[in-house]
Design a protein around this ligand. Structure first.
Ligand code: ATP
Ligand code: MG
Length: 600
């Protein structure tokens, strides 16, 4: 089996060196003891992320370094962040916002947004950051469902996206404006944040916080349908901290860059909470993706640990070697990826062209934290998502030929026993960062679990909806989303496997694979391909791709048809929306796309 070589120094200093021993000795109680807890009792994410470091004499370390879009950015030490977040907590309290209220955020990656999120947690309010490029409809959808009472946003975003729907948000009492023109809007409850912050006290004592209090509401990406609002609690910080140490391998002194926007769960769990609990310096880039800029940031900011996504890595690949010519990336010690299947081609490219080993990780908005990962000191098997995080029990639930879960009479799922057999990835409940509800959808939430410890004495399993295989060494291999899996002539075909092979061709930038109905075999494999700059669609290229796929996958799995598209449909977080390809192919309406904001 091909494995990526790593340099010995990284291996020696890693936080997790002996996987088996770490799993064996791990307990969540011991993990909880790595954190302090509130002096007055309970557990609060903002205290663990910020104030704890100040209490331990680390207040001078830079916590957040914002890189301005054009001009200079801003740096905040842990001590300054403690002061600013205290002020924000006092602002909310001063406005009469009670603990338990939900604050939404709608702005770019600006310091005020990060301060407000942590400050709201101190005031024991929930926080729901929205992706800043959402239009009015996705904003309304989410704020209405969450009964948001407070919104932090910019004047421009308020005018364009909130003012038109304000009448439909009766619970929204306070809008706090940041950035340019914040004092220029005259509307009920709308005011600039800066003067309130200035007059607020920098002292705030966090009241005892129940670990089960709501901390964040994160909406899923909407790759397979209407986004769901997953409710997360303060207890989740235990999982964030542990995975920050064991998976991201964060050490004091690290400069860490998570490229995800806080509007997605990765951007808050791992762009804010996990790294701050580990006391490192986080880079936040306010600008949008730009290959040359990104390589410059990695070098100039001396980034040591980098958490990014396959879609971004594929864009860097597409930009070619000129984008990183002359850059020294040797300071980057550890690279991780999440969000979509990480094609082996991308892992090989990272290794050969950048000299970086890319570590895939798997988790979902619902799981709140990384569940399966490749670790800094352990070999990477390209194409595998790695092995379960210590403390997390991952198994596969058997599916029948029709793709339905196989359950016992008492409702508990039948687990796959054989290594290599496919099944639905399931996680034994509970764990600290497990979602506690879907906003306004209790039945949908209940349907995510099978079995019941109380009723049958058997474990309760969270069912992820993703299909996978686990090999004899415990490495987990992604097969596909349950909804995307293609059933052809009695085989189950994961689109990812086919897409990865197509991406091996030098002309291919992105590939999306779906099943189209076929009277003979049930479904036929069809691929949509986006070409790299400099390549043109042609019948010759189509034949070459089909031949490559047949050679590598066999004729039963290789696509029968290949269409070239200028761009594949992506969610705003950059994931391929196979359901849109399918809807277009079948001439069906594309569903609730407007609510995804994917057509900004
Ligand atoms: P929705 O649930 O609204 O359809 P979504 O599932 O894309 O959207 P997220 O919670 O952001 O929303 O994404 C989690 C999903 O992303 C996983 O269930 C999986 O399908 C995919 N994913 C995440 N990481 C990986 C990975 N390393 N390899 C393969 N797929 C991954
Ligand atoms: Mg999902």
């Amino acid at each position: 089996m091909q494995e990526i070589e790593k340099d010995r120094e990284t291996l020696a200093g890693a936080n997790l060196v002996d996987y088996g021993a770490e799993r064996e000795s791990f307990t969540w109680t011991a993990a909880r003891a790595l954190l302090d807890g509130l002096p007055a009792g309970g557990l609060n994410i903002a205290y663990e992320a910020v104030d704890r470091h100040v209490a331990h004499g680390r207040g001078d370390v830079v916590a957040l370094r914002f890189l301005g879009d054009e001009g200079p950015g801003r740096e905040l030490t842990y001590a300054e962040l403690a002061d600013e977040t205290n002020r924000f907590a006092n602002v909310l309290t001063g406005l009469g916002v009670a603990p338990g209220a939900l604050m939404f955020g709608l702005s770019g990656r600006r310091p005020e947004l990060y301060i407000a999120m942590l400050g709201a947690l101190k005031a024991r309010c929930g926080v729901s950051p929205l992706f800043s490029a959402f239009g009015p409809e996705p904003v309304r959808q989410r704020m209405e469902r969450g009964h948001g009472q407070v919104l932090i946003t910019t004047a421009a975003a308020y005018r364009q996206k909130v003012a038109p729907i304000r009448d439909e948000l009766p619970d929204l009492h306070h809008v706090l404006l940041i950035g340019e023109g914040a004092d220029a809007i005259d509307a009920p409850g709308v005011q600039p944040l800066a003067p309130l912050m200035e007059s607020a006290s920098g002292e705030f004592v966090i009241a005892p916080t129940d670990p089960e209090d709501t901390a964040f509401v994160h909406f899923t990406s909407g790759t397979t349908g209407m986004p769901k609002g997953a409710v997360h609690v303060h207890e989740a910080v235990v999982a964030h901290h542990v995975t920050g140490r064991l998976v991201l391998d964060l050490h004091p002194g690290d400069v860490y860059w998570c490229t995800a926007d806080p509007g997605w769960v990765t951007g808050t769990s791992y762009g804010l909470v996990a790294p701050l609990t580990c006391g490192v310096t986080c880079i936040v880039d306010e600008a949008e993706f730009d290959a040359v800029r990104w390589y410059r940031i990695l070098e100039e900011q001396r980034v040591t640990v980098w958490y990014t996504a396959p879609t971004a890595l594929r864009m860097l690949m597409k930009a070619g070697p000129a984008a990183h010519a002359g850059r020294d990336l040797s300071g980057v010690r550890h690279v991780c990826s999440v969000g979509e299947p990480l094609n082996p081609e991308v892992v090989t490219w990272g290794d050969e062209e950048l000299g970086l080993a890319i570590h895939d990780t798997w988790w979902q908005t619902e799981t709140g934290a990384i569940m399966v990962a490749n670790y800094a000191a352990l070999p990477i098997r390209p194409g595998s998502m790695g092995r379960p995080v210590p403390g997390i029990d991952v198994r596969l639930v058997r599916h029948d030929d029709a793709g339905e879960r196989v359950l016992e009479e008492d409702g508990s799922p039948v687990l796959v026993e054989e290594a290599g057999e496919e099944g639905e990835l399931a996680i034994r409940a509970p764990w600290p960062s497990m979602m506690r509800a879907y906003l306004g959808a209790p039945e949908r939430y209940a349907a995510c679990f099978a079995g019941s410890e109380a009723a049958s004495g058997k474990p309760l399993w969270y069912l992820s909806g993703d299909l996978a295989r686990i090999d004899a060494d415990g490495y987990v291999w992604f097969v596909g989303r349950g909804d995307d899996v293609i059933k052809s002539a009695g085989h189950l075909i994961g689109p990812f496997e086919v897409e990865s092979v197509l991406m091996e061709h030098p002309a291919v930038a992105e590939a999306g694979v779906i099943g189209v109905p076929d009277p003979m075999v049930g479904e036929q494999v069809k691929a949509f391909v986006e070409l790299k700059t400099g390549f043109e669609p042609s019948d010759g290229l189509r034949r070459e791709l089909v031949a490559l796929a047949r050679r590598r996958l066999g004729s039963a799995v290789a696509p029968r048809q290949i269409d070239f598209l200028p761009h594949l449909p992506l969610t705003q977080s950059g994931k391929i929306m196979r359901r849109v390809l399918k809807a277009r192919e079948l001439g069906l309406p594309e569903g609730d796309l407007s609510t995804l904001g994917s057509t900004p």
